[in-house]
Ligand binder design. Structure first.
Ligand SMILES: *[C@@H]1O[C@H](CO)[C@@H](O)[C@H](O)[C@H]1NC(C)=O
Ligand SMILES: *[C@@H]1O[C@H](CO)[C@@H](O)[C@H](O)[C@H]1NC(C)=O
Ligand SMILES: *[C@@H]1O[C@H](CO)[C@@H](O)[C@H](O)[C@H]1NC(C)=O
Ligand SMILES: *[C@@H]1O[C@H](CO)[C@@H](O)[C@H](O)[C@H]1NC(C)=O
Ligand SMILES: *[C@@H]1O[C@H](CO)[C@@H](O)[C@H](O)[C@H]1NC(C)=O
Length: 420
């Protein structure tokens, strides 16, 4: 079922070579040739302010992109010419703080490649999980893509459908796989195929550094109806609800990969409703019972939320300190349209997305106001090539941290109003 590349040590050797190359040989200088994103003619001045252009962008022909790749006799070369995959670390700071990603994707190869190429850095590690129920061309092309890059790893999984247990099972397997790599990656994050990065690699590195080893997981009360009649006392830990998107430090990944608790929790969640939403919160919210590095005591945060609700001074849903993923669940906050209960972001949402504190946004479609998607990607590329030297991640270190949260009373945390 699972196919992964053989030699792990090769990755470490490659990693050091890359750092060596960056430091001593080839500082990135000349601009690489243009790719599809560069060549896309679109004036983003208005779009980045949330205003539409007079002329709408035509939908891009994703079928043609996929055909071109499919028909190519050198697919690695073709994919690298259509999508820019950065070849050397862009700074020493980034080279020394590699990231890892787990991606669960199932369709729309072009969009997956736009996203993957935008987050791709040679020092990072990528695990791409695809259910075997995806189209065979999709599976074949992504599997071949993993042969073009030593740090992109492909996993073919059992069939995956919305809400199915296999979602979290696959993401956990990616995390376990990544934890065994020699690469010294520091934080893991999960992405779906319709996410978009809001921060550049360098910005993410700085933000993640300021989390100081703490996990960032959404915190919500677990609703009993999700149990589908099961008895919660049979779960290895008290349950919390969270999004699948989380920021997980390396130490925690290693710990979770070697503990039997995640497996027991998976078995319990197998017969619950949307199993993936019962996993990370439960593992990272029970510090007193299960001391994963970087975990917190979520009771404290739930109490804070309930307290805030009673006083009606603070937002009442979700975890205020959640920065893993930006998602809007209410029509009134959505400037395009809702799909499956959350916003498909469009042009009117772009300025909010540019100011969002989260690392990525969910979700954007190439078929719905694609100007939003492409201008955000162009802006991401602009900041990647011209890093904002004033980018300051220090406000993120005000997020709760493991070492602090144990004795600092909750009330002291209310000054964190930059994110409320
Ligand atoms: C882009 O649009 C802005 C605002 O409408 C305009 O001022 C600017 O000249 C345009 N840029 C180009 C290159 O067309
Ligand atoms: C790819 O090949 C198919 C036939 O296998 C052909 O119909 C199609 O036009 C080709 N597409 C491109 C972009 O070359
Ligand atoms: C960061 O973590 C280290 C140990 O992991 C701790 O000693 C230090 O106080 C933490 N810094 C902050 C700002 O919490
Ligand atoms: C769940 O199990 C516990 C311990 O076995 C039992 O005391 C409790 O009544 C059960 N709850 C339900 C709702 O069945
Ligand atoms: C409202 O907030 C105050 C502190 O600001 C707290 O003492 C009080 O218990 C809260 N009220 C409720 C109903 O939770």
């Amino acid at each position: 079922m699972v196919r992964l590349k053989g030699s792990f040590s090769c990755v470490a050797v490659y990693g050091s070579l890359v750092i060596f190359t960056y430091l001593f040989v080839a500082k990135p200088s000349s601009r690489p040739p243009t790719d599809l994103l560069d060549d896309l003619e679109i004036n983003c001045t208005n779009i980045l302010q949330g205003l539409k252009n007079e002329k709408q962008l035509e939908l891009i022909n994703t079928k043609m992109i996929e055909d071109k790749l499919w028909n190519s006799t050198d697919r690695c070369h073709t994919v690298k010419s259509m999508f820019r995959f950065n070849e050397v670390p862009l700074s020493e700071e980034e080279a020394r703080f590699p990231l890892s990603y787990g991606l669960l994707v199932y369709k729309e190869l072009s969009q997956v490649l736009f996203m993957l190429s935008s987050i791709y850095q040679p020092q990072n590690e990528y695990c791409i999980a695809v259910g075997e129920n995806s189209a065979s061309t999709f599976l074949i092309l992504l599997e071949e893509l993993s042969d073009c890059f030593p740090n992109v790893h492909f996993m073919k999984r059992p069939p995956i459908t919305w809400g199915s247990y296999e979602i979290i099972n696959s993401v956990y397997d990616c995390l376990k796989f990544l934890s065994h790599l020699k690469s010294n990656w520091k934080y893991f994050q999960y992405l779906s195929g319709v996410d978009i990065p809001l921060k550049t690699n360098l910005e993410m590195v700085r933000i993640l550094k300021s989390l100081n080893g703490t996990a960032n997981v959404e915190i919500k009360v677990y609703e009993n109806r999700r149990l589908l009649g099961q008895n919660e006392t049979e779960s290895p830990l008290p349950l919390f609800k969270s999004s699948l998107s989380s920021l997980i430090p390396r130490k925690a990944a290693n710990y979770l990969a070697s503990s039997s608790i995640p497996q027991q929790l998976l078995e319990f969640l197998r017969n619950t409703w949307v199993a993936d939403e019962g996993f990370w919160g439960t593992l990272f919210g029970n510090k007193g019972l299960f001391d994963v590095p970087g975990s917190l005591n979520f009771e404290e945060w739930i109490y804070f939320k309930e307290n805030a609700r009673a006083n009606l001074t603070k937002p009442t849903d979700g975890w205020f300190y959640y920065i893993s993923r930006h998602q809007i669940w209410f029509e009134s906050g959505c400037h395009n349209h809702m799909k499956d209960g959350s916003c498909v972001f469009g042009i009117g949402d772009v300025s909010n997305l540019l100011q969002a504190k989260a690392l990525v946004a969910h979700k954007l479609y190439l078929t719905s106001e694609p100007e939003a998607y492409f201008c955000l990607l162009k802006e991401h590329r602009r900041r990647t090539l011209n890093p904002d030297s004033t980018f300051d991640a220090s406000k993120y270190s005000e997020l709760p941290q493991v070492e602090i949260s144990q004795d600092r009373p909750v009330s002291e945390l209310t000054h964190l109003n930059w994110i409320l």
